[in-house]
Design a protein around this ligand. Structure first.
Ligand code: A3P
Length: 337
């Protein structure tokens, strides 16, 4: 197992792999590995690069998660807008409970971070416990995961539960990831140089990467099973939230009524979940997740096209070329260059 830096007991869990079970250690030591972006290495498992510290969660989730047909799973590549869509899904599904002015004041999104309201499977529930009790979750249960389509627990495909995939243009997603990773690195290690990170990203070496295989897995599934998998784009959601949140509601079987469309329910959800609103809430300015990550790390700029402030023309070309080559036959192209 290749670990760039010895872990200290005080390190947060995402900088350590001393919590790995013996079975995970054995597996990890048999897999191809590369230097990671934060502290622990990446291991190539089932065709994708997983950060070593997550292996307990990944394997436990694959072995134990029992999906139910009514479950809803939000899936993303990290830094594609997961936090935003977690908030939207939560607000959408619970809109009847918080529709009048009194209940609106008590909306859980005002006092809890979206990651606490919509937990990750392999990054939280199955990392904290090998086989957590999920019976306390009300139906429809709402979970999130970054697992690639081909690595999902078998019960997800068998149950035909709903999957909502959010994809973001690779240049913005990459820059967002670079910023985020730097916040998670130990101070003495300093920032990971952008060109080094870019080189790794373009070789597929990113958390849950290759990026293109992750995206293509879900895109293909959404074409083959449109009732089970909805493929959304971050940029389209930004540009036309009313259309895409309505699509989402239709897909989940809870379409907006004519009255809701007239009375501004959709706009209310988007206002509640907007970057400006969520990022200004006390819980998201000062709170922390169970892993020790600060909630504010999930709210940086929330813009489309912010990559221009960081990537040279040559660096941007490098990403475009890799994407063109890898996604050529997929029918996917990113208009948001
Ligand atoms: P930037 O770093 O480009 O600002 P994830 O939630 O998957 O970790 O993704 C984080 C990215 O989504 C960050 O992008 C973050 O700012 C952005 N984001 C968070 N909340 C958002 C919101 N309400 N609306 C739009 N973007 C949001």
């Amino acid at each position: 197992m290749q670990v760039s830096q010895p872990a200290r007991p005080s390190d947060p869990i995402y900088r350590r792999d001393d919590h790995l079970s013996q079975a995970c250690k054995d597996l990890v030591s048999s897999l191809p590995s590369e230097e990671g972006w934060v502290a622990t290495s990446f291991c190539l498992y089932q065709g994708f690069w997983f950060p070593t510290w997550l292996f307990n969660g990944v394997l436990a989730c694959q072995n134990h998660f029992q999906a139910q047909p009514s479950d809803i799973l939000l899936v993303t590549n990290p830094k594609s807008g997961t936090t935003w869509l977690k908030a939207i899904l939560f607000a959408l599904l619970n809109r009847a409970k918080y529709s009048d002015s009194d209940s609106k004041q008590r909306h859980p999104l005002l006092t809890q971070n979206p990651h606490d309201l919509v937990p990750f499977l392999e990054v939280k529930l199955y990392l904290q416990q090998e086989n957590p009790d999920l019976t306390t979750f009300e139906s429809p249960r709402l979970f999130a995961t970054h697992l690639p389509y081909s690595s999902l627990p078998g019960s997800v495909r068998d149950s035909r539960c709903k999957l909502v995939y959010l994809c973001r243009n690779p240049k913005d997603m990459f820059i967002s990831l670079w910023h985020y990773v730097n916040k998670r690195r130990a101070e003495e290690k300093g920032q990971i140089p952008l060109p080094k990170c870019l080189d790794k990203f373009c070789r597929g070496l990113s958390p849950y990467g290759p990026y293109w295989d992750h995206v293509m897995g879900y895109h293909k599934a959404s074409l083959e099973m449109p009732e089970q998998v909805l493929f959304l784009m971050y940029e389209e959601l930004k540009e036309d939230p009313r259309v895409h949140v309505s699509r989402l509601a239709d897909f989940l079987g809870c379409p907006f009524s004519d009255e809701e469309l007239r009375d501004g329910t959709v706009e209310g959800i988007m206002r509640m979940c907007s970057f400006d609103n969520l990022s200004s809430l006390e819980v998201n300015k000062s709170g922390k997740l169970w892993t020790g990550q600060e909630n504010q790390w999930f709210f940086r700029r929330g813009k489309v096209g912010d990559w221009v402030n960081y990537l040279s023309a040559e660096m941007a070309d490098k990403i475009d070329q890799v994407m063109e080559e890898k996604l050529r036959d997929s029918g996917l192209n990113f208009q948001y260059k």
